[in-house]
Design a protein around this ligand. Structure first.
Ligand code: FAD
Length: 499
């Protein structure tokens, strides 16, 4: 390929960027993806060491289901004629919570409700009403094709075909989970459980978690299910790249964009760190909004609506990650793949409060040497706490933090410390460096209670020709959510380019 001018240039090969790129390439657009790192995937990437294949971030994967319209990862792969083997996870999460709450979220909806109700029998009706209402939101979403809400033709078509679903969904758009949970549930402990149900993917409590996102997560786990890609999460991006190239698109690695070029206020191209310039009719940034508007464009060009957005949303913390290789004997039979550990409700949102655990080798043993498992344990941490340290202070801090996490994990995995074979600690600095995300942030979170999802921007920006995609656009974080953003972005651009 030797195009002087691309139809679309995508900055970054996270899942949001790759879904945009593959959707457009499948429609015949000349697409170039520029990725600063060595491999695709961003927060859905991987690294390999001593026979282990570690997921850098995401591992609880929605959107790989086989039915409905919300299985956006499956659909994105199919659009470019590639597929991925995945393994169904029978339990989405095993919570180990204060007040001896030991709750498993079974793939089977009724089993989950029974499990939760056994701890809160007096809230039997409220539990069902609350989760049934989440299912209602999901069923609306799952009834039509999810594309750009910025495209009037699509909105009209969907409205005419599914008027009830559209009106139903509109009602939930400005709502947060807390608003609804309090309608049905009185027990403060059960409301705390709903808080952590939200926090474990939105990193904010129920009062600030949009109902639309909760409708997806709380219901799809019982519908399409949580499915782990055979070979590791990194396979999703690798397969999308394979599909991109099959459909004529191009990707370059170690291609760090340092500037978005504008002419008369319009985005027309990009410049790389090595000085190379590429021109495109449309430019898409898969970097976070902060990276896009504060680093890739001159600071005096930050549009007013971006400044307003920053008044409403702030960067969530990053994570401290322990990538562990452990002897298989550490795990008891029938251990679940995903766990959440919290000993004190007051600490849920603090650094090192909630610990997230993923053991992908329980689903795909080939990711570790025979007789060993991978445990990825991560917990929120702020970058500020890791800056300004000497190399030895930094190493020391990592070692101490890892020691504290392992000690806490010993409660659910006795013998963990003794069974350690490999340990790699990633800090917010690691995330900033390797994931290319400002402050290593997981993504935007509301500064205060907002109107559900109404404040999240769509893909077009105030700069003509420049679009954003990924977790700082509607509908937010998570692989299936950024895939949604990718479908929407590609759809809007395809209409704009007349494809
Ligand atoms: C520890 C952790 C655990 C998680 N767990 C889950 C989970 O279980 N399930 C789930 O669904 N989600 C999970 N997530 C969230 C999910 O991984 C993200 O929301 C999602 O991957 C973000 O995708 P994205 O498309 O927005 O971009 P990113 O993944 O951020 O990718 C952006 C890409 O752009 C590149 N880039 C940035 N700037 C430039 C530039 N200037 N030039 C060139 N390239 C550039 C980056 O290198 C990167 O590859 C987790 C995240 C983390 C960190």
């Amino acid at each position: 390929m030797n195009y002087k001018l691309f139809d679309v240039i995508v900055i970054g090969s996270g899942i949001g960027g790759l879904v945009t790129a593959t959707q457009l390439a499948a429609k015949g657009a000349k697409v170039l993806v520029l990725e600063s790192y060595l491999i695709p995937g961003g927060s859905a990437g991987y690294f390999q060491h001593q026979g282990y294949t570690f997921d850098v971030g995401a591992s609880m994967i929605f959107g790989l289901g086989k039915k409905g319209t919300t299985n956006l990862l499956t659909r994105a792969l199919e659009s470019v004629n590639v597929s991925l083997e995945s393994i169904a996870d029978p339990v989405q999460i095993h919570y180990h919570l204060p007040n001896n709450l030991d709750i498993k979220v079974d793939q089977n909806y009724e089993k989950f409700l029974q499990n939760l109700t056994s701890y809160f029998p007096h809230e039997k009706k409220g539990i069902r009403h609350f989760y049934d209402e989440c299912q209602k939101v999901f069923n609306y979403l799952n009834s039509f094709e999810l594309l750009s809400l910025e495209e009037p033709g699509y909105l009209l078509r969907v409205f005419l075909q599914h008027p009830l679903a559209c009106l139903g969904l509109a009602k939930y758009l400005p709502l947060n989970v807390g608003d609804l949970a309090k309608r049905y549930i009185q027990d403060p402990l059960l409301l705390k459980f709903i808080d952590i149900e939200c926090y474990c993917w939105s990193v904010v409590p129920a009062a600030m978690t949009p109902m639309i996102n909760a409708g997806m997560v709380f219901s799809d786990r019982h519908y399409g299910g949580v499915n782990y890609p055979k070979g590791g999460v990194g396979k999703i991006a690798q397969k999308l790249v394979e599909g991109l190239e099959k459909t004529g698109g191009k990707i370059q690695y170690q291609a760090k964009v340092t500037k978005i070029l504008t002419e008369q206020g319009q985005a027309v191209g990009v410049q790389l760190a090595n000085g190379k310039v590429y021109h495109g009719k449309r430019i898409v940034s898969n970097a976070t909004r902060w990276d896009t508007f504060e680093k890739l464009l001159p600071s005096e060009k930050i549009p007013t609506n971006e400044k307003n957005w920053q008044q409403k949303y702030q960067k969530s913390p990053s994570f401290l990650s322990l990538h562990l290789g452990v002897k298989a004997s550490v795990l008891q039979a029938a251990t679940e793949c995903h766990h959440i550990l919290l000993e004190d409700w007051q600490k849920m949102e603090l650094a090192e409060g909630t610990i997230f655990v993923s053991i992908p080798t329980l689903l795909d043993p080939d990711l570790a040497p025979k007789g060993y498992h991978i445990i990825h344990a991560f917990t929120p941490h702020w970058i500020a706490d890791w800056q300004g340290l000497t190399p030895s202070e930094y190493e020391n801090k990592k070692e101490q933090a890892a020691g504290r996490i392992i000690e806490r994990l010993e409660k659910i995995f006795p013998g963990l410390d003794a069974g350690l074979d490999y340990l790699e600690v990633g800090t917010p600095l690691t995330n900033r460096r390797f994931l290319g995300r400002i402050d290593g942030t997981y993504g935007p979170i509301p500064r205060r209670k907002l109107w559900g999802l109404l404040g999240m921007p769509f893909n077009r920006t105030a700069i003509p020709g420049l679009y954003c995609v990924g977790d700082s656009t509607f509908p937010g974080q998570g692989l299936n959510a950024v895939a949604f953003s990718g479908f929407a972005c590609a759809h809007r651009i395809a209409v704009d380019l007349g494809l």
